[in-house]
Design a protein around this ligand. Structure first.
Ligand code: HEM
Ligand code: HEM
Ligand SMILES: [Fe+2]
Length: 447
């Protein structure tokens, strides 16, 4: 690593590994509950497990973005982070708020709004914590030697993500209005500003790993940012079909939602083209594999499987079924989880001075987690399509249908076991890397 304060990223990544492990535990609790083995029901009912599973996901992804920013911003700005100790306080506070929220869910202290379950008083603490984070990286860029496109896109992505948390806090007693604002957070995050964060992190990784000129990589970053906004903002309409909003959203959501996969396709083509152009010279091939894997899987999970249910003619049947869970898993995995894994795979050897990327376990981690997640997606897909036919076309009762499709969750749990083996191999390597050494390399000028 080039600056001592980049070390802070390590602690954020360690938190990611911990929270991901917990998320998986709650995934299995739900998987078994879907098979009919809901033995923990009295302590952890399904709604609690679900809120915990998804909030842990969002928490570790945010911790991963923050860690990535603490690694990237000093290097891109050519200086150490300002107030590094505050960054550790910021991490501590983030974890404290998250853990309080998760414990609260188990005592029914929650808001009951999918993905935004965190109770209101804690929301304010989240806002303060994120403002501190924005201040630390913003201040570092401000005082730095240069403003690179990559760091600016990353900064504005993170800043907009922080601002877009606020519409979810607008008080209303109207169910439609509540849903309307909830999507400003959920949709405009994953299909808007988080894509900027993703574009910037991919661009950083591609600059480091392929050796292609920064000018070329960053020029294409602008094109992707353009596509994202062009389709993603009005694409929010694909959530406004049937929630009580005006009918014109059917048309707007249908058209712009259908255009959204282009941004993900662009990202995949961009990453592959840059890797080919650079001739893969960097010794850390595994980090490049995660990087390209992220770009490709995000197209499959978000672009392709998102398109599968974005048209109103389809969504009227699939809305809120396991078809949504099918898409949700592969999209989050491909776009954001793999992105953070790519960043960790790249940063750990530099932070710790150890080079474990060639080990068999690292390769196993990549393939087992990816094949496992694709298989999980298929299991959700089969269950989802069966659910749509029985419940929405044949008119069978919701719970009777859930009984009919129990068998598909055996497939889900088996696939999830393979996925988890891959994740545990990744975490094992993470532990073997050991703590960061804080050794500074002076050898190469930043490119
Ligand atoms: C990385 C990007 C993406 C992620 C992480 C993601 C994730 C998710 C998740 C978790 C949900 C369920 C949300 C909820 O019900 O609260 C959802 C819903 C949905 N997504 Fe995505 N998505 C992404 C991109 C896309 C794209 C590009 C499209 C369109 C082409 C799309 C189309 C949809 C639609 C139509 C729904 C609503 C499903 C329903 O009516 O139940 N998504 N997505
Ligand atoms: C061992 C692994 C996992 C298992 C067994 C599992 C299982 C489940 C189950 C059963 C649900 C509830 C579906 C329902 O509403 O009936 C769920 C929801 C969800 N899981 Fe997982 N999961 C696992 C890992 C993951 C990972 C790694 C991610 C993200 C990368 C993820 C993202 C989600 C999301 C976004 C939802 C909400 C989907 C929606 O809105 O419909 N899960 N999971
Ligand atoms: Fe969306």
């Amino acid at each position: 690593m080039k600056f001592k304060t980049q070390k802070i990223a390590y602690y954020f990544f360690a938190v990611c590994m911990l929270l991901l492990t917990l998320q998986i535990v709650y995934g299995f609790i739900m998987g078994f509950a879907h098979m009919g083995y809901d033995n923990l029901h009295s302590i952890i009912p399904f709604h609690t497990a679900r809120a915990t599973h998804t909030n842990l996901l969002v928490m570790w992804l945010l911790a991963g973005f923050m860690g990535s920013a603490y690694y990237i911003i000093p290097e891109e700005s050519g200086r150490d982070l300002i107030f590094p100790k505050l960054a550790l306080v910021q991490l501590g506070a983030f974890v404290a708020v998250g853990v309080t929220a998760i414990i609260g869910f188990h005592f029914n202290w929650w808001e009951g709004r999918k993905f935004l379950e965190i109770p209101r008083p804690l929301d304010y603490l989240v806002v303060v914590d994120v403002l501190l984070f924005i201040f630390l990286i913003g201040g570092t860029i401000w005082k730095g030697k240069r403003y690179s496109t990559t760091s600016m896109v990353l900064f504005f992505g993170l800043l907009s993500a922080a601002l877009l948390y606020l519409p979810g806090m607008i008080p209303t007693t109207n169910q439609t209005m509540d849903s309307y604002w909830r999507w400003w957070v959920v949709h405009l995050w994953v299909e808007g500003v988080w894509e900027l964060i993703m574009g910037a992190i991919l661009s950083f990784l591609l600059i480091k790993l392929t050796g292609v000129d920064r000018e070329i990589i960053e020029k294409w970053l602008y094109v992707i940012v353009g596509f994202t906004f062009l389709s993603g903002i009005l694409g929010t309409g694909h959530h406004y079909y049937f929630i009580g909003t005006p009918r014109y959203w059917l048309m707007i959501g249908g058209i712009f939602g259908a255009l959204e996969p282009l941004a993900f396709l662009g990202m995949a083509m961009y990453a592959i083209a840059m890797a080919k152009k650079g001739g893969r010279q960097h010794p850390n091939k595994l980090a490049l594999t995660w990087t390209i894997g992220c770009a490709v899987m995000s197209f499959v999970g978000a672009g392709f499987l998102g398109f599968a249910h974005t048209l109103p003619q389809v969504n009227i049947y699939t809305h809120g079924t396991l078809v949504t869970a099918m898409h949700g898993h592969l999209a989050f995995w491909g776009a954001y989880a793999m992105l953070i894994f790519a960043m960790i795979a790249y940063a750990l050897p530099n932070l710790t001075g150890r080079k474990l990327f060639d080990s068999g376990w690292s390769v196993f981690a990549f393939w087992a987690s990816n094949i496992g997640m694709v298989a999980m997606t298929l299991a959700f897909g089969v269950a989802g399509i069966a659910q749509v036919y029985l419940e929405r076309r044949m008119g069978m009762d919701f719970l009777l249908v859930q009984k009919e499709i129990q068998v598909h969750f055996l497939g889900l749990v088996l696939a999830a076991a393979l996925f988890s083996l891959g994740i545990f191999a990744f975490i094992w390597i993470f532990i073997k890397y050991g703590p960061p050494k804080g050794k500074i390399e002076h050898a190469k000028a930043t490119n």
